[in-house]
Design a protein around this ligand. Structure first.
Ligand code: SAH
Ligand code: SF4
Length: 366
């Protein structure tokens, strides 16, 4: 069986042509799959019977299976999804007044070993396919539509208005499948999201950032977390390969093509590690040439992380130093904390090919 979620519009058109069906039927099919969220070909009422049976015999619409589905007190909803071989990934929906944001995963685990990240500590297992990435959107859309208590969101419109690639994994190390999925999110006949509302977060893979700005420039968030190479080498080890000077230049190059005229820098607040006033000032020097906004992320703890989140007052002071320089800075609201759905808490269960998880035991902290 061929999973249709793996195919973009061109591929789907070719796929049905090989069975002798006309290209216009691809458009009809896309509408059923992505607009009506239908996965039963027999229920696609205005689709010719012969086409329905071709599809039923050869294809399916297969998403990762749900292991758990949790709803937080603040409306955040988190799914733990099975992608086979006892591997779990997570997707999180965050409803707000004027938008619904879905945070999705791009890999099972992550190879980059940032010291404060529970995904990084779990090691890397594999890349998700584009069908598994798009499958998270498809599934979330379907389930959220059934949920009644999002009445403040206009259900006639898109429930998921924004997508952030901030779940498990480093999206730019799964480049091909991620770009394929991004293109589907932007395609009018698939999800039709605006480039400005699709954000890719990266720990700073410079060559891939340069490629992305040409292939599929969406909004960009860069995980900075430190104001100098010494500290960044330690907590975001990929910095040893792509140090800050190169990263800043790559951000500037990206902005030329980006749908927004700034980069968002994410900065996780680690008590006594990267949260001093001196470090805030150093940060200002570092980003002085890059149009940017800052998003300070309160560190979300997980067992044996070895870090603590900065105090509220420290975070407020840090923010003030940046804001005084005219840098728009927000402190991210922690959402879904009661269901461990916050950044870096997306623990899942990963069969670690690197066997790192044998050294550190991971217990979900909810
Ligand atoms: N790999 C990508 C995207 C996934 S992580 C990246 O690193 O950007 C999404 C964001 O969550 C990143 O900014 C990451 O640094 C942050 N994060 C990771 N662990 C965290 C934790 N324990 N608490 C708060 N934020 C965390
Ligand atoms: Fe990977 Fe991002 Fe976690 Fe670093 S912060 S280990 S890049 S998922």
């Amino acid at each position: 069986m061929d999973n249709l979620l793996e195919f973009n519009r061109e591929q789907l058109t070719k796929y049905i042509e090989q069975f002798g069906h006309k290209p216009y039927r691809a458009k009809q099919l896309l509408r059923w799959i992505y607009y009506f969220n239908e996965n039963n070909f027999g229920a696609m009422t205005d689709v010719a019977k012969s086409f329905q049976s071709t599809l039923t015999n050869n294809a399916n619409i297969k998403t990762p299976e749900i292991i758990s589905d949790e709803l937080s007190l603040d409306g955040t909803r988190k799914w733990l999804l099975n992608v086979g071989a006892s591997n779990g990934i997570e997707a999180v929906f965050i409803p707000e007044e004027d938008r619904g944001t879905l945070c999705i995963s791009s890999q099972v685990g992550c190879a980059l070993e940032c010291t404060f990240c529970s995904t990084g500590r779990q090691g890397f297992n594999r890349n998700l396919t584009s069908g598994e990435i798009i499958g998270q959107l498809w599934l979330a859309n379907k389930l959220i539509r059934k949920q009644k208590n999002y009445s403040h969101l206009n259900l006639e419109k898109r429930i998921i208005s924004n997508v952030v690639m901030m779940g498990m994994g480093e999206p730019l190390t799964n480049y091909k499948n991620v770009v394929h999925s991004l293109e589907m999110m932007l395609d009018d006949q698939v999800y039709g999201l605006s480039r400005r509302k699709v954000t890719l977060s990266t720990s700073g893979l410079v060559p891939a950032m340069d490629k992305l700005r040409i292939d599929c420039p969406v909004a960009l968030a860069v995980s900075l977390h430190a104001p100098n190479n010494n500290l960044r080498d330690e907590i975001v080890p990929i910095n040893k390969k792509y140090p800050l000077k190169d990263l800043m230049s790559a951000c500037l190059r990206y902005i030329e093509f980006a749908p927004r005229d700034f980069v968002t820098f994410e900065y996780v607040m680690l008590k006594g590690v990267n949260d001093s006033i001196a470090q805030a000032k150093e940060l200002i020097g570092l980003v002085k040439d890059v149009p940017c906004k800052f998003n300070l992320i309160p560190f979300n703890s997980f067992p044996k992380s070895g870090y603590k989140c900065s105090d509220k007052s420290t975070m407020a002071k840090f923010k003030e130093v940046l804001a005084d320089e005219g840098i728009i800075t927000t402190i991210r609201k922690t959402r879904g904390d009661d269901i461990a759905a916050a950044c870096g808490q997306l623990a899942g269960q990963v069969q670690d090919k690197t066997k790192r998880s044998q050294k550190i035991s991971f217990v979900r902290n909810n």
